[in-house]
Design a protein around this ligand. Structure first.
Ligand SMILES: [Zn+2]
Length: 328
């Protein structure tokens, strides 16, 4: 199975020390992961591009998630290669493509390797971390002009794409059963367990929109600038209070992002209600996250504000983006 990132999650606590699935996992495991990635990339593309006008920092969006066979143990690489139709190339490949995206319109398909961008060989990454090349690809594409057409070499051929301006974020699905999400500034990471917990795409979009809101509001950087304790101390005192503030802000903004992209914001109420009541939820997050009833109440409040703006014929203007309250 795919190796796992070492990250400091914001949303749902630290990654569990869950044993990796057996390396003899059937190919269907990879097919299932690819299917989740296809849903998340489509949701992410829709949320970032439909809400671009509200995002202070933008990047060109192509509508893809990168795959790399180096993410898998050598034993599992052939199964992953088959599930993603990744052929023989060793280059990073398209693990998922958003429907209606520039990548889809260019005729690219899942499994297609990309070996060069605008005539320059693709980056090889700075170290041997399994995600190094995917990260280098993401950052290279994010730094390109918002609207300029690009050409990618795909091993056997090439393709031309014209990006769509979107909010700053790339998306990944992590092969972790524990339901968790993470937003570290430029990435939104959704675990397999969280994606599977959502009953439908509107609910999954609620989870993705919450993480995207963290990135739009620059919570990671602002919490770091505020000197919060990311260790055990985050459960207490000022650090806990500031983490909680960012969670409330992400919940509130997420309702507007969902509406902006045509999703049902009431799905966020259903999702966080079910999530807050799920079996096996960790109790130690009590310090950094509001109680689920409070989360749901603040989302409902935003839905009422959106409905009121619409009823009055006012343009929708999401709160918090222009003048987020200080973290202090
Ligand atoms: Zn969060």
């Amino acid at each position: 199975m795919r190796r796992r990132l070492r990250l400091i999650p914001i949303l749902l606590g630290a990654l569990a020390a869950t044993p990796a699935p057996a390396s003899t996992a059937p190919a269907s495991t990879y097919t299932a992961l690819a299917a989740l990635e296809a849903r998340v990339v489509t949701i992410g593309f829709r949320l970032t591009t439909a809400n671009a006008k509200w995002c202070p920092v933008q990047q060109p969006q192509f509508g893809w998630i990168w795959g790399d066979l180096r993410l898998y143990t050598p034993k599992d690489q052939s199964a992953a290669r088959a599930a993603y139709a990744a052929g023989d190339s060793d280059a990073p490949f398209l693990a998922a493509i958003a429907s209606g995206s520039p990548a889809a319109k260019a005729g690219l398909s899942v499994g297609t390797p990309v070996t060069a961008i605008n005539g320059t060989p693709a980056p090889s990454g700075e170290d041997n971390h399994p995600y190094a090349r995917a990260t280098a690809y993401e950052m290279l594409f994010a730094g390109l002009p918002l609207h300029d057409p690009i050409a990618v070499a795909t091993g056997a051929g090439s393709a031309a794409l014209t990006p769509v301006a979107g909010c700053l974020s790339d998306f990944r699905v992590e092969a972790v059963d524990r339901p968790m999400g993470m937003a570290e500034g430029r990435l939104v990471l959704i675990s397999k367990g969280l994606a599977e917990f959502a009953k439908n795409d509107d609910e999954l979009a609620s989870a993705v929109a919450h993480e995207l809101a963290h990135n739009i509001l620059r919570h990671r950087a602002r919490l770091d600038a505020a000197g919060v304790d990311r260790g055990l101390g985050k459960q207490f005192g000022r650090s806990a209070r500031l983490f909680k503030q960012t969670e409330v802000e992400a919940d509130r903004l997420s309702a507007w992002l969902l509406v902006g992209a045509g999703y049902d914001p009431a799905a966020a109420v259903r999702f966080w209600t079910a999530f807050g009541q799920r079996k096996g939820r960790p109790l130690f997050q009590a310090g950094t996250h509001p109680k689920w009833r409070d989360r749901v109440a603040s989302i409902e409040e935003e839905i009422r504000a959106i409905d009121a703006a619409r009823a009055a014929g006012r343009p929708l203007e999401p709160p918090l983006i222009a003048n987020p309250p200080p973290l202090e």
